[in-house]
Each structure stands twice: as structure tokens, then as C-alpha cells.
Write a protein that binds this ligand. Structure first.
Ligand SMILES: Cc1cc2nc3c(=O)[nH]c(=O)nc-3n(C[C@H](O)[C@H](O)[C@H](O)COP(=O)(O)OP(=O)(O)OC[C@H]3O[C@@H](n4cnc5c(N)ncnc54)[C@H](O)[C@@H]3O)c2cc1C
Length: 375
């Protein structure tokens, strides 16, 4: 049996980032079931940093805000000068949606001063392919960025390795037992032991809790679909902003010369290797064609991933109440990349018993918002 101070189950963005925050001074083991870490939600995201996204939820708002400095200017171990690349967000509505959209705009504007209403000329200049239906009104949020998800995830794993921590792939935790104040975690060929277990298993977090005899938190994995479409010949899309329908029905985004389209679907799913369903792919194409002068002949690529939520859509971060040494880091929903740096710092501070990081405390972040006990 190999012994560690901390075992983390799941090497997606949550597990990798908290491993990096914990590995200085602790013997950390990161277990990943797949051949490669980042195969599930982390590798399937839209890679967007949107400060206003879900900002009605203060936990999400503050964790996103306090992640910004690392994303903007990461330490040299991340090997890139920045993990954020300016994209901007154009939120558009049809004439019939205008009344509700202006209520939403006023609410956002009160918190995010940079957001400004735009006119048809601006919309047409930004998105030359836009159809008339979506060209009459909307708003622009300049402070929206693409995140270099791969560099962020890899950087965290590099920190773990540099501090002597271990990542083991192809290592599904299949049995978990508490014995003599330690967790014994069994994989196919090894048993590992540590007094502390961090559950960062994404959509599988409730399954991992059940293995350990811990009460589940009611996690709901919701499937979301995305497709890649070819723009018309000669149409350069790489400078387009992210486009979102103000009613939340779809979004479009340039992606390596193609157009990424998502129907922003949320279908309750088992924890699994999510696959796109035909109907959702058809919806993605439908919305892209409704907003853009685009004739889709074929879908270049499609995929789906699971965004996992609990009932109040806040993340779940903290010690389980019902057993010793079991720490939850789950339920990141659609924010798990953009808020990863602050979430990992908060989790590490709670594990170390050092309270809340100063930047979150200064905003008035309350750990009760994310504590598993609230569920
Ligand atoms: C289509 C889509 C678009 C998104 N867009 C954005 C976006 O623009 N911005 C943003 O911030 N977020 C976005 N998200 C959300 C973001 O991707 C997730 O919140 C984040 O990746 C969750 O990370 P995670 O580490 O918790 O989960 P995962 O990346 O799923 O990692 C969990 C890992 O645990 C492993 N595991 C599970 N069980 C076991 C076990 N028993 N033993 C060992 N390993 C185990 C799994 O194999 C998996 O690798 C999007 C998600 C999707 C699906």
C-alpha cells in the first residue's frame, strides 16, 4: 500500500488545480480513471471567461472575479504570458425579445460598467453574416475572453509534478474505505492510503461519495452539445465576438476558423462519456442558421459534455459533515474553468484551516454559500 497526505479523485480542472495548490508541503496523489486527464468536461468546454455569466449568484461572481489575476498574468510555470485572449461578447435579441432584454441589460449594467448597448451598424460591422432578425438591438461586453484551457490545466499538473506530487492515469477509484483514520482507495492494481480525500470527480462526484459511504449531494449532470460549422467561402470569422441570444437559447463562437454553435441545452444525464444526440445537433444548426446568413451542408464536428449542478447551482466546496477527512470539490456547472484558480485557492485554504483567501474575504465571500452542509 502506498501512503500519501492527500488523495484527490479526478484530474479534470478541479482536481488538477487543487492538487497544484496543495502539493507544496503535502504528499499529493491525483487519481484519474481515463488514459488522459481532462478527457471529460474540462476538455469539452467553450473556453470562455465571462464575468457577467451567472453573476446573480454571488459565489460564482466572486470566484470568477478572483480568478482573473492568475488567468491574466499566470506565473511562469504556465509557460504563456497570459491565459486570456480578448474576444468580447455580443448579446443579441429579436425585436419580439427586446422588452425582456432591456430589463436584463439594466440589471447587468448596474454591476458591469463596461457593458454598452449597440446599434445595427455595430452589430453588422462585428458580424457581417448576421440576419436582420438579430441585427436590431443588443449589447456588447468587452471584458470577455477565450481561456487557454489546455495551458491552464497543464500548468497546474506541472506544478504538481515539480513538487513531487503524483498523477496516476488509468486509475479508477473502485473501492474507498475509512480505516484507522485513513482512506484506503483501491484502483485496479494498487491500494493507496491517506487521511484526507478530495472528491473532484466531476459528474461522478456522487458516485465517489457513495463508494466512500458519504451522503451524496444530489448532483445533476446536464448534457450540453456543441457543433463546428464551416463559414461561407472567404468569410473570416476569427475576429468575431462570442454571440449569445439574450434569452439564453443559443451561443455562437469562432473556433479555429470555424463557427462553434451550441443550443445551450441542459439534458439530465447519467454520469457517462457524453455523446451528442441528433436532435440537439439539429437545434445547434437551426440556431446558427436563424442568426447567420449561413447554409449548413454538413457538421464538421460535434460533441457533448456534462455540466454538473446541485439544486442552487452554486459549487460544493468543503468538508462533508457526515464523515471525517472527506472534502467535496464538485458542482462547478458551467463555470468550472473560469473560476478554477480562485476555487482551488479557496479549497486549499479550507483544507489547511487558514480561512478564506484575502481577495475573496475582501469581497465578502461567505463559505456557507458553497458548504456541502447547505444541501
Ligand atoms: C459544452 C460545455 C461548455 C462549457 N463551457 C464553459 C466555459 O465556457 N467556461 C467555463 O468556465 N466552464 C465551461 N464549462 C464547464 C467546465 O467545463 C466544467 O465546469 C469543468 O470542466 C469541471 O471540471 P471538473 O474537473 O470538475 O470535471 P471533469 O473535467 O469532468 O473531471 C472529472 C474527472 O474525474 C474523473 N473521475 C471520475 N470518477 C473517477 C474515479 N472513480 N476514479 C478516478 N477518476 C475519476 C473523470 O474521469 C474526469 O476526468 C463547459 C462545459 C461543457 C460541457
Amino acid at each position: 500500500m502506498e501512503t500519501f497526505d492527500i488523495i484527490i479523485v479526478g484530474a479534470g480542472m478541479a482536481g488538477a488545480s487543487v492538487a497544484a495548490e496543495l502539493c507544496d508541503g503535502n504528499r499529493v496523489l491525483l487519481l484519474e480513471r481515463e488514459e488522459q486527464p481532462g478527457y471529460h468536461a474540462t476538455g469539452r468546454s467553450a473556453a470562455a471567461y465571462i464575468p457577467s455569466y451567472g453573476a446573480d449568484n454571488l459565489a460564482l461572481h466572486y470566484l470568477t472575479a478572483c480568478s482573473r489575476s492568475i488567468l491574466q498574468e499566470p506565473p511562469s510555470v504556465f509557460r504563456v504570458p497570459t491565459l486570456l485572449h480578448q474576444r468580447g461578447l455580443l448579446s443579441l435579441c429579436t425585436p419580439a425579445q427586446k422588452a425582456q432584454a432591456s430589463v436584463d441589460f439594466d440589471r447587468l449594467r448596474a454591476t458591469f460598467a463596461g457593458i454598452a448597448q449597440v446599434d445595427t451598424a455595430f452589430i453588422r460591422h462585428s458580424i457581417p453574416l448576421i440576419r436582420d432578425e438579430y441585427a436590431s438591438s443588443g449589447w456588447f461586453e468587452p471584458d470577455v475572453h477565450d481561456i487557454d484551457v489546455h495551458a491552464l490545466h497543464e500548468g497546474y499538473l506541472r506544478i504538481l509534478r515539480q513538487h513531487g506530487g503524483r498523477l496516476v492515469n488509468n486509475a479508477e477509484a473502485v473501492a474507498i474505505e475509512r480505516r484507522q483514520q485513513c482512506w484506503q482507495v483501491q484502483t485496479r492494481d494498487t491500494v493507496y492510503s491517506a487521511p484526507l480525500l478530495v472528491n473532484a470527480a466531476g459528474a461522478w462526484a456522487d458516485q465517489v461519495a457513495r463508494l466512500a459511504g458519504v451522503n451524496p449531494i444530489g448532483l445533476m449532470p446536464l448534457r450540453r452539445t456543441a457543433v463546428l460549422l464551416q463559414p461561407p467561402p472567404g468569410c473570416e470569422v476569427s475576429g468575431w465576438p462570442l454571440i449569445m441570444a439574450t434569452d439564453g437559447s443559443f451561443y455562437l463562437k469562432p473556433d479555429a476558423g470555424l463557427i462553434l454553435a451550441s443550443p445551450a441545452d441542459e439534458h439530465l444525464s447519467e454520469a457517462c462519456d457524453a455523446r451528442p444526440e441528433e436532435l440537439d445537433v439539429a437545434y445547434a444548426v437551426h440556431y446558427a442558421q436563424a442568426a447567420l446568413r449561413l447554409e449548413v451542408r454538413r457538421v464538421e464536428h460535434s460533441w457533448a459534455g456534462l455540466r454538473s449542478f446541485v439544486a442552487d447551482r452554486s459549487p460544493v466546496l468543503g468538508y462533508a459533515n457526515d464523515v471525517d477527512g472527506f472534502f467535496w470539490l464538485a458542482g462547478q456547472g458551467g463555470h468550472g474553468i473560469q473560476m478554477a484558480p480562485a476555487t482551488a485557492r479557496l479549497a486549499a485554504a479550507q483544507i489547511a484551516g487558514s480561512g478564506i483567501p484575502a481577495d475573496l474575504a475582501a469581497l465578502g465571500f461567505d463559505p456557507a454559500w458553497v458548504a456541502p452542509g447547505r444541501l
